[in-house]
Design a protein around this ligand. Structure first.
Ligand code: NAP
Length: 377
């Protein structure tokens, strides 16, 4: 079968875009086009070898995006707050401007989001009815009634998707679906001392500024983002979603982790200041600390009760491809507790279109104690 539609994927070499690409590659009706700054990178070359059309584009350059998006039926958008946050040259720029690296990264991500929207608007006519699927997060300043005015990696996304698009491009907004993503299960690698510190008695202790009973969404981004976005593409446009595998409190998370790995472990709520103290980079501690506190009230999703979840997609769909979301992959032992959670906990939710995969929970894994990588939430 020859492809009749083209999906253009921003961030194809990354977690979210990469997962979306793998899912759409399985559907022969789609031609998959992926954007990267460097088509000669090893990752881009691997994707090209899989049959993905790799095109060079830069989110800082709207004209390159217009060329890349031209004629697309679907555009998947994602922006990365953390690259300018960590890059030495960006930190230098922020210092020269007299602003924090948190605000600097907001400005970059916000502008890149606007560039994507401007370029997508130029090809709005070719897009399917539900052809603009954007990865975003809740608008923390508004949802918290002004309490969290500096949760920059949330607002840089939400201020464009949906706000800027709705204000500037009504036709594009009508074709847009907003997909918020839960806590990536792989994020434990970033602040290992907060995820897996040690209590006085030697047991493992997770410590965040989130209330012990606050439910938060957890998400296996690499395995499930593609499944979720593929399912969203079949839905009517104009809706907002939370992409998550299991939603549970950090207390429950640690209970399951302890059980699966047969080691004593617990959760303890700490203050924002304590989290910052435990984080090698204070600015990073502040940014994620606010997120953990916001996750209590109004909640990671901003308290939005209208967001659609996997179960809503399943209800609206007649597809037979329904299965669980906890799909162990690679060496990410965090999938193990979630395998258990979908089997044992009530009220957990699952992704709508997870492809069947072997489930081989790893046993007695020891948490990483290495320093955070440069990669970030
Ligand atoms: N970790 C979590 O728990 C969590 C939860 C919810 C949301 N998020 C959000 O997820 C986002 C990151 O998504 P991810 O993990 O999929 O990212 P990722 O794996 O770090 O990949 C980033 C992608 O963006 C592309 N990119 C970056 N700057 C670009 C530019 N100037 N022009 C063109 N392409 C560019 C990169 O492509 P090339 O390098 O090939 O050009 C790469 O494909 C962040 O904004 C974060 O806030 C994270």
């Amino acid at each position: 079968m020859h492809p009749t539609k083209t999906i253009c994927i921003v961030g194809v070499t990354g977690n979210q875009g990469g997962s979306v690409a793998q899912r759409f590659l399985q559907d022969p009706t789609y031609h998959v086009r992926g954007l990267t700054r460097d088509p000669s990178s090893t990752k881009a070359q691997e994707l090209a070898a899989q049959g993905i059309e790799i095109v060079q584009a830069n989110l800082d350059d709207t004209s390159s995006l217009k060329s890349a998006f031209a004629g697309a039926n679907i555009i998947f958008s994602v922006t990365n707050y953390w690259e300018p946050f960590f890059r030495a040259d960006c930190r230098q720029n922020a210092a020269e401007l007299g602003i924090s690296c948190r605000k600097y990264a907001y400005d970059v991500e916000y502008q890149q989001g606007k560039n994507i929207a401007d370029a997508a608007a130029a090809t709005a006519e070719t897009l399917d009815e539900n052809g603009f699927i954007v990865s975003t997060l809740s608008q923390a300043g508004r949802c918290s009634g002004g309490k969290f005015e500096e949760l920059y990696h949330f607002d840089a996304k939400a201020d464009v998707f949906p706000s800027y698009v709705q204000s500037n491009y009504p036709e594009l907004a009508r074709k847009m679906s907003c997909v918020q993503t839960g806590y990536f299960m792989s994020s434990y690698k970033l602040v290992p001392d907060a995820y897996f510190g040690r209590a006085d008695d030697g047991s493992f202790e997770m410590a965040f500024p989130t209330a012990p009973d606050a439910a938060v969404p957890h998400f296996n981004v690499n395995a499930d983002m593609g499944n979720f976005v593929y399912a969203v593409a079949k839905m009517p446009p104009g809706k907002s979603y939370m992409a998550e595998g299991t939603t549970c409190s950090w207390t429950e998370y640690m209970r399951l982790w302890s059980k699966v790995n047969s080691v004593p472990a617990s959760y303890r709520q700490i203050t924002l200041e304590e989290l910052i103290d435990r984080t090698p980079d204070a600015e990073f501690g502040r940014e994620v600390g606010d997120m953990f506190a916001y996750s209590t009230e109004p909640g990671y999703d901003g308290g939005d009760r209208e967001l659609l979840h996997a179960a809503d997609i399943r209800k609206a769909s007649s597809s037979p491809h329904r299965t669980h979301t906890a799909t162990p992959h690679g060496a990410n032992h965090w999938n193990s507790p979630f395998e258990a959670s979908t089997l044992t906990s009530s009220g957990t939710t699952t992704a709508p279109y997870t492809s069947p995969q072997p489930t081989t929970p790893e046993s007695s894994t020891t948490p990483s104690t290495s320093k955070p990588a440069k990669q970030a939430p």
